[in-house]
Design a protein. Structure first.
Length: 175
């Protein structure tokens, strides 16, 4: 089991902007495939990670709970390994030059960080507030959506991720 004592995420729902998808994504939906480009310049497509649990977390540097969440997500990914779990941290609606500074600041946090400067990717996911997390099962479908969560919800998030990781592949994929 994964445990993350000592991380204090302040319960918070931070609204920003008003770009909204035509229909909000729901559990069971297949999310948009393209997330954008990672800091390495590589194009990130969820379909490349089919068979793994994938976490897509939309965040911004001005969001205190989001900043505290990133090391927790990196720790989960490290404990489980990228062979079984991938975490994508999508920096939402922040200027490209600020994004580059943020990436330098987070150089010791082992996550794939993606810029969504225009908010386009977020709008395709229905993001209009952060923190906003999508947990995608091995089958490529959304297994859970979390919005505006705080410290008291971390054990439930970890249990949810553990459940997906320990479920037989056919059960996790809905086959």
């Amino acid at each position: 089991m994964l445990r993350f004592a000592g991380y204090a995420l302040i319960g918070c729902l931070i609204l920003a902007g008003h770009a909204v998808a035509k229909e909000k994504l729901q559990v069971g939906d297949v999310p948009p495939d393209v997330l954008g480009k990672a800091t390495s310049g590589e194009r990130v497509k969820l379909s490349d990670y089919h068979g793994r649990i994938v976490i897509v977390s939309f965040w911004a540097s001005w969001c205190a709970p989001c900043r505290k969440e990133l090391p927790v997500l990196a720790n989960i990914q490290k404990q489980v390994s990228r062979d079984h779990l991938m975490v994508f941290a999508v920096n939402w609606k922040q200027d490209r030059s600020l994004y580059r500074q943020i990436v330098k600041t987070l150089k010791d946090v082992d996550l794939t960080i993606i810029s969504d400067e225009s908010g386009y990717v977020g709008s395709r996911y229905g993001v209009d507030a952060i923190p906003h997390m999508f947990i995608i099962g091995r089958d490529g479908r959304i297994a859970a959506i979390h919005l505006g969560y705080g410290e008291d919800e971390i054990p439930a998030l970890v249990a949810e991720i553990n459940g997906l990781l320990t479920a037989p592949a056919e059960a996790a994929s809905g086959s």
